[in-house]
Design a protein around this ligand. Structure first.
Ligand SMILES: [Zn+2]
Length: 308
């Protein structure tokens, strides 16, 4: 029964995520119009069935060239993105932007080296990538096998301290680096022409939000992003939405519930293991991959709050 619910949910999500958009054959990209394209990875956990293609990957076309926002989890995925761009425009890829350090977002980077782009990320991203290189190389080899071949750690050539603008011709991308939230390397991107906000993993839609950074920091950053009132929002995982406020509120509701429940559990002397079973349980039916992600979040947040 559980499996059936799961399967039907996946099929439903696959259908919904492309509603109203153009889905070309092969490696699918949804066209949002105005030169913006988004590929939706599958809602799979990194520990269960990971195939290198689970996050959103976007590209934005200007009159001078293209910017790619996240590159997927392997060289293989990155190649598919590069091919899809070639079908849309002959213009070069000028910028490859990584929204944060997580392996599902960065290991397609090498597929763009032929364009000699600038690689762009948070000022702390280069160090974070290098510190995790060994761990992530092992993880890719173990989980992706052959598909990991050609994947490389390519660090930013441009690092963003606070904010920065990138000119694509006829449009600018406005980059903003955030303090510790989902990770300590989070960068959000806004397209000036359409007021489309690309949040990276600061925002999840459908899929349970996860964090390795700071839960209070993430809740605060979500307030900042919400106040931007973007016309449309592309999350790190999940469908594009024109109703960013609802999406940000949903994520904050989950995170605030988790925060409140973990604090209460610590106060009443519950162990971390016990807390994993109960914290934010009321959110369970509202998100995909809840059990595994929520346990992981408790594992991150509980030790942080113990010393509050
Ligand atoms: Zn992430």
């Amino acid at each position: 029964m559980r499996l059936l619910t799961w399967l039907s949910m996946c099929i439903l999500l696959a259908a919904c995520s492309h509603a109203g958009g153009v889905k070309p054959a092969g490696f699918g990209f949804e066209s949002l119009g105005d030169g913006i394209y988004v590929h939706h990875g599958a809602h799979l956990d990194i520990d269960v069935g990971y195939q290198g293609d689970i996050c959103n990957i976007s590209f934005v076309v200007g009159s001078k060239g293209v910017a790619v926002i996240d590159t997927g989890g392997s060289y293989k995925v990155g190649r598919q993105v590069r091919e899809a761009i070639g079908k849309v425009t002959p213009l070069p890829v000028l910028y490859v932007i990584n929204t944060h350090v997580h392996p599902d977002h960065v290991f397609g980077n090498a597929a763009f080296s032929g364009d000699k782009p600038q690689y762009v990320g948070h000022e702390k991203l280069a160090n974070a990538m290098l510190n995790r290189k060994e761990q992530y190389d092992k993880l890719n080899a173990r989980l992706l096998g052959e598909d990991a071949k050609g994947s490389e750690t390519i660090v930013p050539t441009i690092s963003v301290k606070d904010g920065m603008e990138l000119d694509l011709g006829d449009r600018k991308l406005i980059l903003k680096a955030y303090p510790i939230a989902h990770t300590h390397t989070d960068l959000a991107v806004t397209d000036s022409k359409t007021q489309t906000l690309f949040t990276g993993d600061l925002l999840f839609i459908e899929r349970t939000p996860v964090l390795e950074g700071d839960i209070k920091g993430l809740i605060a950053v979500l307030d900042v992003l919400k106040s931007q009132n973007a016309k449309q929002v592309v999350p790190g995982h999940g469908p594009v939405t024109q109703d960013g406020v609802t999406a940000f509120n949903n994520a904050q509701r989950y995170l605030n519930t988790l925060l409140t429940d973990i604090r209460a559990a610590i106060k009443s002397g519950k162990s971390m293991e016990q807390t994993m079973e109960t914290a934010a349980a009321g959110e369970k039916d509202k998100w995909v991959l809840f059990d595994i992600a929520n346990r992981r979040n408790v594992n991150t947040v509980y030790p942080q709050l113990e010393w509050e």
